[in-house]
Each structure stands twice: as C-alpha cells, then as structure tokens.
Design a protein around this ligand. Structure first.
Ligand SMILES: [Zn+2]
Length: 433
C-alpha cells in the first residue's frame, strides 16, 4: 500500500495545484522584485513589472537566471531577506569551478526537510526505519537534506556522512540500517565491499535513495542486486534547495517534482523558448516558497522531459525523467554529442561494473576518445589475446551507440580510483572552455 508524507498536497487535484502555484508565484515575484536589486534590474531591463505576472501563464515573461548570475551576485546579491533572518548556508562542491552559496531561513529549512521526508516515505520509510545517511555533511546539501527529512518522518537517523567504508558497514550491520541514502557510485562501492566481506546476509537494507550524480537503469539494477534492495532516484540542486526537489515513487519511472514549491519548465537551451510537455530540453525551476534565496526561472542545464501521465502511486505532481545529460558538460567529440550515460549503458550491458573513466584529448587537431574500463576479476585471468577480443567487442558496441570510434583500454580490477563522493568520470584534456 502506498504511503504519503503529506497526502493532501502530494495527491491534490491539478486545479488545486495550479491555484496554489498562481497565488504563490504572484507573491514570490513581488517579494523578489522588492528585495533583490539584482533581479529587479533584470526585470526592469526586460520591461516586466510584478503587475504583469498574474498567473503561471505569465511565467515566460520573466528573465532567466543562470549560474553566471549566481557568480556575479556572489555572495549576497540574490538574498531576499535580512541576513539576520537567515540561519544556514549550503554550498556546491564547485566541481565546475564556480561555487554557489545558497541561504536559508528556518522556514526554508522546514520546507526542504518536508520535501525530503516525502521522498523517504515514498520508498516505504516510516518511524520504524533506520535511515543511514552516507551523503557528505557540511556545506554539501546531500547529508543535511536527507538528515532533516528523516527527522521529519521520525526515523532513527544515522548521520554517517561519506567515507570510512569499514565503519559504514559496521554501523549498517550492528544497528540494522534499513534505508541507505548516498550517491549511486558510493552505493555500488558499498555493495561491492559488503559482498567481498561476505556480509550480505547480515544487512537489513530494504531501500536506497540515491542522487547527486548521473546513473543509468543498468546501474540501478546492479545496485539493487548487490545490496538486495529497491533503489530510488532523488533529484535536487543547491541553488533550488538541495535534494528533494523531486523524487521517485514506487513506479520508478521518473521523479515527482514538488510542485507546491517549485514550478518546472522545459526550454530549448539555444533559444530559451518554452517547449510543450513531452519534449526534451533544459529544465528550468522557479522556487515559489523560498524566502531567503528565491530563484525565478533558474536554468539548471539538466536536459530532461516532463510527463503528466497518471502515476500508479496516486501522486499528481508532474514527473521529470532522469537527467539525460547536461546542456553544458555534454561532450562534443569529433562534432558528435556524447553523453557519459550512453557509454555507461554499453559497459553495463556488456557485463562490466560502472568503474570507468572517459578521457578526451585532441591530437593533431583531431579529437580522441578513450574509455578505460576495469575488467571483472574473472576476466583478469584471461590471456592477452582474450583481453584484446573483449576490447574489440566494446569498441564495436560503443561505435554502434555513439557513432564514433572510441579506443577501449581494459585495466586491472580496482585500478580506477573509487570515489566516496562524486565519481570523476570524464577527463577532458582539451580544455576547450
Ligand atoms: Zn508516482
């Protein structure tokens, strides 16, 4: 039987959701215009006033915000309340070289925790559960977000943070963790470590909530098998609050966006034009309840599709697909768009684990693509000839998927550095940006 943390809103009618969004958007635009000089200037430049925004149908009139705006306005330029009303900051890891600092009032944190609580209840979490949070704590939103959600649900919360895998496994077995929250790459690593130690029958995990990096359906199946759980996706970004902007339900076919807090649009990343439902494009969010750091029409750079198809779980909020890539870190190799998720799909389909690295370079003005993949322990004993045959097989499969040649190098098991946070999948030595 499906459970909800806040059934009255999670299963509200479309009309109720639109009414709520209209009311909150109008109020939020006024709040931002009156309190954020940076965005007021943008609206003035575009000739839009708060009076022009009467409902969500007028959303497209508002200017976009991008990561560049966040950098320009760093650190306080987009804060909409007095600093004395803020109680927390969180920040991105800065992997793309631009740090984002987001601010929260206590009310913002309460709503964020509720969003994460919805995600935990959606995977079957109750106050009887032991929620094992192995996301990083600190400035990163992963740990604090799921931690807060778990408290709201009333579950026993283990604030493990990332790293120290031996201790993770010990707590997991000793305290009977039932729900694991971490990055998918760390979940895969934990699964591998638990099986190596022969401890699979001593863990009580039933579900996992994995996000903060891209992962494929094949990787989901691998994690589900190695940990003996159901693996669910969660999505969020620091700019908009953190994890819990959207989350997966029992149907596991996309993530419900918490539409009472965030309005989602899909746009053409090149023209900025809003695309009709079902078309693939860049995801844009407007946060309609945030007090301290309310971003309007923030371009996430994540490419995905929205769907309003009726969901078997009973939730009515729109669903987003897993991001299919980034409009900014998609690789263009020899003029061809390459998404790391395509490469991962090929590897997992061919029986490899998701331990790989993509190395892009430019030699004599021509792009080169190399994929280094760890052999499984069984393959490692194979002869040189057999390894060469396997490499050739992957070259052909990658060519079929990507349309271009990729050199494949099979390396010994455990030689590609494991990550306890976000996996480093791509090394682009061309330094094009
Ligand atoms: Zn659903």
């Amino acid at each position: 039987m499906e459970h909800y943390f806040q059934p009255e809103i999670e299963c509200a009618s479309r009309e109720q959701i639109i009414e709520l969004q209209n009311e909150r958007l109008v109020k939020q635009v006024r709040h931002v215009y009156d309190n954020v000089e940076y965005y007021r200037k943008k609206m003035d430049e575009k000739g839009v006033t708060p009076e022009d925004i009467k409902s969500i149908d007028d959303l497209h009139k508002l200017p976009f915000l991008t990561k560049d705006d966040l950098r320009d306005a760093y650190p306080y330029g987009l804060v909409a309340v007095p600093l004395s009303d803020c109680v927390r900051i969180q920040s991105t890891s800065g992997t793309t070289g631009r740090r984002v600092v987001a601010f929260y009032t206590q009310h913002d944190i309460d709503l964020w925790d509720e969003c994460c609580a919805r995600a935990i209840v959606a995977v079957g979490g109750t106050k009887e559960d032991v929620v094992h949070v192995s996301y990083g704590y600190g400035l990163f939103t992963g740990g604090p977000g799921l931690n807060g959600g778990s408290h709201k649900v009333g579950s026993l919360t283990l604030p493990m943070s990332s790293g120290n895998t031996d201790r993770q496994i010990q707590f997991m077995t000793d305290l009977g963790s039932t729900i694991l929250c971490c990055t998918p790459s760390y979940a895969a690593y934990l699964g591998e470590s638990i099986n190596e130690r022969g401890l699979k029958d001593q863990i009580k995990l039933k579900a996992g909530i994995f996000g903060a990096e891209a992962w494929t359906q094949e990787m989901r199946r691998d994690i589900e098998k190695s940990l003996g759980i159901k693996a669910y996706d969660i999505y969020g970004l620091t700019e908009i609050s953190g994890p819990g902007v959207s989350f997966e339900c029992s149907e596991q076919t996309g993530m419900h966006i918490n539409e009472d807090h965030f309005i989602a649009e899909i746009i053409d990343p090149n023209t900025g034009e809003v695309l009709p439902e079902g078309e693939k494009g860049e995801l844009v969010f407007t946060s309609i309840t945030k007090e301290a750091f309310p971003l309007l029409r923030y371009r996430t750079r994540d490419i995905c599709v929205l769907s309003r198809k009726k969901c078997s779980c009973g939730r009515t909020h729109v669903k987003m697909s897993k991001p299919m890539g980034r409009s900014d870190d998609m690789l263009i190799v020899k003029g061809v768009n390459v998404f790391p998720s395509q490469i991962e799909t090929v590897l997992l389909n061919k029986g490899y684990a998701a331990n790989y690295q993509i190395i892009v370079d430019r030699v004599n003005n021509s792009d080169t693509l190399e994929v280094q993949v760890e052999m499984t322990p069984e393959m490692f004993s194979d002869s040189v000839t057999e390894v060469a045959v396997k490499e050739k097989e992957l070259v052909n499969a990658l060519k079929a998927m990507l349309g271009i040649y990729a050199k494949v190098k099979l390396v010994a098991p455990k030689t590609i550095a494991r990550s306890e946070g976000k996996a480093v999948r791509i090394i682009d030595n061309r330094h094009l940006y």
